[in-house]
Every structure is written in C-alpha cells, then in structure tokens.
Design a protein around this ligand. Structure first.
Ligand code: SME
Length: 157
C-alpha cells in the first residue's frame, strides 16, 4: 500500500480517475470491512473534501452509522426515511440537488445543501449505503454516480 495518496487537481472526472486505482490498491488484500470503509472515506475526504462522506450499514433492518469523515451524524435511519432510507428502500441511487426540497430529508448538518446516496447491493439485498453531503446546491451529478458506483463495486462485504 502506498503511504501517501497522490491527490489530483482538475476536473472531477480526472480526480476520480486518479483516486480510484489508489482506493483499489488501498483495500486490496485487506479483508476487514470496517478498515476498508474507513480508508475509503478518508481517501475521498482527502481528494474531494466534501462536507460529509460516510457509510451506513444495514443491521437488524435499520441503517446504522459506520465509518465516516465529517461532522457527527445521526446513528440510525429506518427504511424509507430520509434520503438514505429511501435509497435503501428503492434500491436506487438518489441525487438531491437541494436538500430543502427533498420531503423527509434528515438534517445532520445545516451546512449540507445537496446530497448523493448510493445503495450497496450484494446478492440482491442492500447491505449498506454510501452517503455524501455537499455544502453547495447541486453538488453531485451522474458523473459522481458513475465513479462512486465503481468505488463501491470494489468493496467486499
Ligand atoms: N441526510 C441524510 C441523513 C444522513 S446525514 O446526511 C449524514 C438523509 O436524509 O438520509
């Protein structure tokens, strides 16, 4: 494993293309899920410095807070609640351009203005979600969905 990440300036696509192989190398051969999720959050934080980047894990039919980088966050989210619980229920990525316009959005930080949540699906079940919050409106689009999907496909659950 490289001791330091090589961080890239440029378009978001260029940044993803630089960071993804490094994330793959970082978690390659490491079987511990929490260690890998923690390092993925840290790598994404270092590269993109989003407000909040983290995972919620499905445990006993609830989403429970996992490794993250950013301000403290709510610990449990029920299926169908908030953006995270909705992405879980619908088994689909949700991109929210303005969190004020998402009915039922759960506010963890008043600084959060937009959000992307990707469900992580294994054997047709959601096992976790990746949730990222941005301080700007419309902070995420299909480019993020594409590359973040690639990152979560690397994780062994
Ligand atoms: N906003 C999320 C809650 C989690 S925090 O953003 C970290 C939601 O509505 O599900």
């Amino acid at each position: 494993m490289a001791e330091e990440l090589i961080l890239k300036k440029g378009t978001r696509e260029e940044q993803y293309l630089e960071i993804i192989p490094q994330i793959a190398a970082l978690i390659d051969g490491e079987p511990d899920l929490i260690a890998n999720l923690a390092n993925i959050c840290a790598a994404l934080k270092q590269q993109f410095d989003w407000l909040w980047t983290g995972f919620y894990l499905v445990k006993d039919n609830e989403l429970v807070l996992g490794p993250f980088q950013g301000p403290i966050a709510c610990t449990r989210i029920k299926k169908g609640r908030g953006v995270c619980g909705t992405a879980w229920e619908q088994m689909e990525t949700i991109i929210v351009q303005d969190v004020n316009k998402f009915p039922g959005h759960i506010t963890c930080s008043s600084l959060s203005k937009s959000e992307i949540v990707l469900p992580i699906i294994r054997q047709n079940e959601v096992v976790a979600v990746l949730d990222i919050d941005h301080t700007m409106y419309a902070g995420f689009d299909k480019t993020d969905e594409l590359f973040l999907s690639e990152i979560i496909s690397l994780i062994h659950f």
